[in-house]
Design a protein around this ligand. Structure first.
Ligand SMILES: Cc1cc2nc3c(=O)[nH]c(=O)nc-3n(C[C@H](O)[C@H](O)[C@H](O)COP(=O)(O)OP(=O)(O)OC[C@H]3O[C@@H](n4cnc5c(N)ncnc54)[C@H](O)[C@@H]3O)c2cc1C
Length: 475
C-alpha cells in the first residue's frame, strides 16, 4: 500500500524544505521529495541556494576577499606576508565542505521535525481520494499520496539561444562555482547579482574580467545614486563592465571562447577568453513534474500560476519560490513556504513583498529595501532624501573600508520610511534594521532617535535618518 501523507512537498530548496518543516511543526504528516545528488550520488537537499547558489558563492566570495586583503590591505595594518598564493583546489574544497554541512543540516532538521525525506524525482500521477498521487523515482520507484501538495521545484540558469552550457568553457552558475584554476581571461554576460558576484571572485584571484551587459544602465533596479557609487568602486578595482553591448556569435574552441559583440559606440569587438560565464537570468523549473497529468496551469514563462496566497489552479496544490512569480530570492521562497504551511493549517500566513530585502555581496556590498528614488519620482510620491557617507563613520575608518553611503527616502509629509539603500561595508547586515523599521512603519525620525552602538557601521544608518531632516551630527 502506498504511503499516505497530509502534505507532500516536491523540491527541497529553501522554499520546499522550510515549507515541510513548518507544516510538520503545525502537526501535519509531511513528506519532502528532492532529487539533488552530491558527487557520490547521495542526497543533497537545499536546492540551488545550498548547492550552486547563495551558500557556495558566499564561501568563494569570502575566500577571495581574504586573498584580496592579504595582497592589498594587510600592509596598511603593518602586516607583511611575502608572496601570497592561492590554492584554488583547496578553496573549492572548502566551499564544498560548507555546502555539505548545509546539506547534512537539512537532513538533520527533517529527522528532528519528523519529515519523511525521499531522494528522487517527484512527479504528479493523478488526482485521487481528495488528494494527489505522486510518483517518486529514485533508487527505487514508488507512489505516495498527499492530501495537499506544495511544488517548490525552483529554477535553472537561462542559456543564450544556440549556446548551451558545456560547464567547461561556457559556464552556468554551477560551472562558475567549480572552476579549477584561475582563468587568465574571463568574460561574463549579464551584470546582475550573479554576474557581479562571480566576476568579483575571479577578479580578486587575478583573472582579467570583462562583464558584458546588454542594458544601457548599470543595475537598473538599484537606486541610481547607489548604483553609480558601486560602479565607481568596481571600475577602480579593475572589473571591466561594458554597458549597452549587443552580443553576437559565440565560438567555443579547444583553448577557450571567442565572443563577438558590438559595443555601445557601435564598434565590432572580438574578445578571446578562457572561460565565459552566462548569467542572464533564470527560468522557472517544472521539468519532469508531469504538471499536465493533473492540469496544473503554467504561464508563458513556464512559471506555475499562483494567486497572492501561492494557491495554484488546483485545489490543495500550492507553489512557492523561484517556480512562481516574484523575485528569485531564497528568503522570499522561505517566507512563502512558511506562509503556505500556515494557510494549510487555517492560519493567516503572510508575505510582505514591499519589505523583501535585496543584497549583492560584492565589495562594496549593495543592499536595499523598499522603493528607489527613481521609482518614487515615477510614482509621483513627494519624498525627502538623506544620505550619510561611510567616510565620516569612525568604525568604517577603523576597518579601513570607507566606500559608499547609507541613503534614506522618507515620505515628505508623514516621514514614513519608503526605502533604504546602502552601498558599503556589511550592507547585507545593516539592511535588517531598515527592514524591521519599514515592517513597523517607522519614520526616519524614529531611527534618528534610537541609540546606536558606538563605534559601529550602524551609526551611518542613524546619521542617514538624521540627514532626512538635515541634522547630521558627524558630517
Ligand atoms: C549563483 C547564485 C547565487 C545566489 N545567491 C543568492 C543570495 O545570495 N541570496 C538569495 O536570496 N538568493 C540567491 N540566489 C537565488 C536562490 O538560490 C534562489 O532564489 C532559491 O534557491 C530558490 O529557492 P527554491 O526553493 O524556490 O528553489 P531551489 O533552491 O532551486 O530548489 C529546488 C529544488 O527542487 C528540486 N527539484 C526540482 N524538480 C524536482 C522534482 N520534480 N522532484 C524532486 N525534486 C525536484 C531541485 O533539485 C532543487 O533541489 C542565488 C542563485 C544563484 C544561482
Amino acid at each position: 500500500m502506498s504511503q499516505a501523507f497530509d502534505v507532500v512537498v516536491i523540491g527541497g530548496g529553501p522554499g520546499g524544505y522550510i515549507a515541510a518543516i513548518r507544516a510538520a511543526q503545525l502537526g501535519f504528516k509531511v513528506a519532502c521529495i528532492d532529487e539533488w545528488k552530491n558527487a557520490a550520488g547521495g542526497p543533497a537537499p537545499g536546492g540551488t541556494c545550498t548547492n550552486v547558489g547563495c551558500i557556495p558563492s558566499k564561501a568563494l566570495l569570502q575566500s577571495s576577499e581574504h586573498f584580496e586583503h592579504a595582497n592589498h590591505h594587510f600592509a596598511d595594518h603593518g602586516i607583511s606576508t611575502g608572496k601570497v598564493t592561492m590554492d584554488v583546489a583547496k578553496m573549492v574544497g572548502r566551499k564544498d565542505a560548507v555546502v555539505k554541512q548545509n546539506n547534512d543540516g537539512i537532513l538533520y532538521l527533517f529527522k528532528k521535525n519528523k519529515v519523511t525525506f525521499f531522494h528522487g524525482r517527484g512527479s504528479f500521477v493523478a488526482a485521487a481520494d481528495g488528494g494527489y498521487q505522486i510518483k517518486v523515482a529514485g533508487a527505487a520507484e514508488e507512489v505516495i499520496t498527499g492530501k495537499q501538495v506544495v511544488v517548490a521545484t525552483g529554477s535553472n540558469a537561462r542559456a543564450l539561444p544556440g549556446v548551451p552550457f558545456d560547464e567547461e568553457h561556457v559556464l552556468s552558475n554551477d560551472g562558475a562555482l567549480r572552476i579549477g584554476a584561475v582563468p587568465k581571461k574571463l568574460a561574463l554576460i549579464g551584470s546582475g547579482v550573479i554576474g557581479l558576484e562571480m566576476g568579483s571572485v575571479w577578479r580578486r584571484l587575478g583573472a582579467d574580467v570583462t562583464i558584458l551587459e546588454g542594458l544601457p544602465t548599470f543595475l537598473g533596479a538599484v537606486d541610481e545614486q547607489i548604483a553609480k557609487e558601486a560602479k565607481k568602486a568596481f571600475d577602480k578595482q579593475g572589473l571591466k563592465i561594458e554597458l549597452g553591448v549587443k552580443v553576437g556569435e559565440i565560438k567555443t574552441g579547444k583553448k577557450g571562447v571567442n565572443v563577438a559583440y558590438t559595443n555601445a559606440k557601435g564598434e565590432a569587438v572580438s574578445l578571446d577568453v578562457d572561460k565565459l560565464i552566462v548569467s542572464i537570468g533564470r527560468v522557472p523549473n517544472t521539468i519532469g513534474l508531469n504538471a499536465e497529468a493533473v492540469g496544473l496551469q503554467l504561464d508563458e514563462r513556464g512559471a506555475i500560476v499562483v494567486d497572492g496566497d501561492c494557491k495554484t489552479n488546483l485545489p490543495g496544490v500550492w507553489a512557492v519560490g523561484d517556480v512562481v512569480r516574484g523575485p528569485m530570492l531564497a528568503h522570499k521562497a522561505e517566507e512563502e513556504g512558511v506562509a503556505v504551511a500556515e494557510r494549510m493549517a487555517g492560519q493567516h500566513g503572510h508575505v510582505n513583498f514591499n519589505t523583501i530585502p535585496w543584497v549583492i555581496y560584492t565589495s562594496p556590498e549593495i543592499a536595499w529595501v523598499g522603493r528607489t528614488e527613481q521609482q518614487l519620482k515615477a510614482d509621483g510620491v513627494a519624498y525627502k532624501a538623506g544620505t550619510f557617507p561611510f567616510l565620516a563613520n569612525g568604525r568604517a575608518r577603523a576597518l579601513g573600508d570607507t566606500t559608499g553611503m547609507v541613503k534614506f527616502l522618507a515620505d515628505a509629509k508623514t516621514d514614513e520610511i519608503l526605502g533604504v539603500h546602502i552601498v558599503g561595508p556589511m550592507a547585507s547586515e545593516l539592511i535588517s534594521e531598515a527592514v524591521v523599521a519599514m515592517e513597523f512603519k517607522a519614520s526616519a525620525e524614529d531611527i534618528a532617535r534610537i541609540c546606536h552602538a558606538h563605534p559601529s557601521l550602524s551609526e551611518a544608518t542613524k546619521e542617514a535618518a538624521l540627514a532626512v531632516d538635515k541634522r547630521t551630527l558627524n558630517f
